[in-house]
Design a protein. Structure first.
Lengths: 467, 467
């Protein structure tokens, strides 16, 4: 404690704390809050010298337990004091920000200058840039704009045994060295600690025009997604919500979309059609964006594509900025609404090729049935990325174990469909040892060889992202 | 020879060949042409067992000597027989192609289904997909669309000591393992041999509308680029050509752009303005793309941005598809036209932050002067990526050495400006040992550690991409 205090200052060391994320917490011997990259390097160096584990901690909004120490002697390293905007050149569409800046601050600063930082993984006010890079976080708009790593042109990170390195920078193209930038992105703190990043930005679209559409079943909804792609237009987002998800979250929909999707009777309507019975078997949430005229044109083409096939029950396409924001705010609250259903849930972010999405959605329900747990899913349909969820009563004996068994079956299903056990949350501790089912032994060996090469003592976030 | 022939068939082994690329060739003990990934793995395995170097060879259009063996005992491994389209799902915007397929075939197959494979590094009919992935090749449209790696969702590769691995696939998001896909991309055959890739595609833009504009000097042209960015529009390409480049290449410009840019008098024109004297001090080549109306709108906004400032001498904005193709075909021939000037050239693809582009362009000329060599540059202005070039007479004694010294100064300039020694061609053999000037020792150590971890015997393309 005394030596760590000498590095970061006594007011920035706490003894015996619990840290972690939404999925898991754990005890650490100490938490330190360094002020800058030099102090991060000094802390890592000290830990490496004393054979103590280092667990980098961001905003704590992760879903895989990546920030939970597994070893009570570990040192938790909070990045929250590294929150400076080192440089911002709106005219050049770029920014250099420290790891502890919240995702919302990054996005807001860009927005205030007419620019967009596209990654929108949720929990923007809590999540920190370093954490979103360490998990390579996605989000609804990844379909058009890609994931966090696609917007990182350079990284500053501390590698073992405590050295600051910078790869890339404000330059937009660089093939000089191996792509350490990409290797660190998504490595969940197991290869190094991200301390700052150079980000590229783009001009913000003038208009964002969502469409919410209800279909009579999963098959009709998935067929509509394929028609959307065949239209030759690029939606900014293609999200879906299945029936049980809508049961949980539909009640908080604003009035107009709720009516249009059949979740609520139009007040005073005498002749409601047969679907207006408070259920929406399958909902798609699309968005067209761009300059206003172009966004309108794309939206019309998407509407045509949705209307072309069978099974469309109703749709709505709000235009007023307040209505658009309300719809996305509702979407951002879906996870909480589902949790509220029974008090707890186990949710896994498997991803599959788009043509296997229907099987993954229906398979999720079958796995839930098999284990006696209510199940549902929603997520980033265009990327084939589900949030497959099993609902739990937190205090019900045996349910947690059944949910773990269900998750195991879900991972097997994702792999059988040619997918991945994690599309955007990472392996963390929850999915440790799943990669060996996804990759062949030779690929797993390469994964291990890289870990051993960059962290020979195995002290950087040990137990996480294990293959 | 007998054992290699047993793997690939005697008709697919040649003894004592020279192989390489446009920059460098070298002697190999044998060249083998395996038929599939299994045979690639068997060849790598055999070489690893017998301590023989393996040099992967693609289309030979590289600029850094990456495909030239440095050791006459090496086995050159040509990927050209791995040219199958394993799967193509136009409706799902994706393709799985083998490494030996030419970039043009990939692009054409996409185009025939209304899709775009955006990377356009040049030499499309010669270059092969595996090589463009191994170098993470860029091209003019990388400004909007990114580089090759941005379109690769999965890789099949042979790693040492001869094992096929598959990472990613037709799934669009995957954060399960370390990003081996990105690590192999751009690794120039030094970590593994790419045998196939899953590619994502996008709907092809309906219209591509270029603008060519001449400015009175580098400063006025670079100021125009910053106005273009400030316009809030995203051009598909922002290319530039400096005065000496236009001297070399301007003669082959089609009539209309040549006249508009002041490279040729309008025939019969009595009152040509003062700049119509056969020189264009600085030329920008922009492109707006998208749905037709949107592309026209963006083009108008770009034209406004170009017109707003000082120093615009003339511009042209062709719309007829034939004229558009002619302009880009001319752009693709610039490198050859520059070579023809004196018979040979040394061209380096440094990249700098966009706000340092002017200094890099002017610095290239000063370096040429200092070494007594005519110099010029052109390239991907929006990405700050120059092709800084020193013109040589192939048979003039001492010029090659002076050019090498000039390149050395150029690398130093790029680093001083916060850039990289290579934006898109790679390190190869020509830029070996430059990375240690760009990266700190700790980052270089990480680069070496990764190489040692994945290629412990150092037999995969030895001598290439050395830090």
């Amino acid at each position: 404690m005394r030596e760590l205090a000498a590095i970061v200052g006594p007011e920035h060391v706490e003894e015996a704390v619990r840290v972690g994320d939404t999925a898991r917490t754990g005890r650490a011997r100490a938490r330190v809050r360094p002020a800058d990259a030099d102090e991060v390097a000094a802390v890592v160096s000290w830990c490496y010298e004393h054979d103590l584990a280092v667990v980098p901690v961001g905003g704590g909004s992760g879903y895989a337990g990546g920030a939970a120490p597994l070893d009570a002697e570990a040192v938790a390293l909070s990045l929250d004091r590294l929150s400076a905007m080192r440089s911002f050149d709106p005219g050049l569409w770029r920014m250099e920000a420290e790891a502890g800046m919240t995702t919302e601050t990054v996005a807001r600063r860009a927005r205030e200058s007419g620019l967009l930082f596209p990654p929108d993984p949720g929990a923007a006010e809590q999540s920190q840039l370093g954490g979103t890079i360490a998990t390579n976080a996605g989000g609804p708009h990844a379909f058009k704009y890609g994931v966090t790593g696609d917007w990182v042109t350079g990284l500053e990170a501390v590698l073992a045994p405590g050295e600051i390195v910078r790869v890339g920078g404000p330059v937009r193209k660089d093939v000089a060295g191996y792509d350490l930038r990409a290797l660190l992105t998504g490595s969940e703190g197991t290869l190094g600690v991200v301390t700052a990043a150079w980000l590229r930005l783009v001009p913000a679209p003038e208009a964002q025009l969502p469409i919410a559409a209800a279909f009579e079943d999963v098959g009709a909804g998935c067929a509509a997604i394929e028609r959307v792609l065949a239209s030759g237009e690029v939606p900014a987002a293609i999200e879906y919500l299945d029936e049980a998800t809508m049961e949980a979250a539909g009640g908080s929909l604003p009035e107009e979309p709720a009516r249009a999707l059949g979740m609520r009777m139009a007040s005073g309507s005498g002749g409601a059609s047969s679907y207006a019975n408070g259920r929406a078997p399958f909902v798609l949430l699309l968005e067209a964006d761009g300059a206003r005229e172009e966004a309108l044109r794309v939206r019309d083409a998407l509407l045509d594509a949705l209307h072309e096939g069978e099974g469309l029950l109703g749709l709505t396409a709000p235009e007023a900025p307040g209505d658009v924001r309300a719809l996305w705010r509702w979407r951002a609250g879906v996870s909480h609404a589902v949790t509220a259903r029974r008090g707890a849930k186990l949710s896994e972010d498997v991803a599959v090729p788009l043509d296997r999405l229907r099987e993954a959605i229906e398979g999720t329900l079958r796995i839930g049935e098999r284990h006696g747990l209510p199940a549902c899913s929603w997520g980033h349909a265009g990327d084939g990325n589900l949030h497959s969820t099993f609902l739990l009563a937190a205090d019900h004996p045996g349910e947690r174990e059944r949910a773990d068994a269900a998750a195991h079956d879900l991972f097997a299903l994702a792999l059988e469909l040619g997918g991945t056990v994690t599309g955007e949350h990472g392996i963390g501790v929850l999915k440790a040892r799943q990669l060996r089912h996804q990759w062949t032994p030779a690929a797993v060996a390469a994964h291990r060889a890289i870990k051993d090469a960059l962290d020979p003592k195995g002290l950087l976030n040990p137990g996480k992202k294990l293959p």
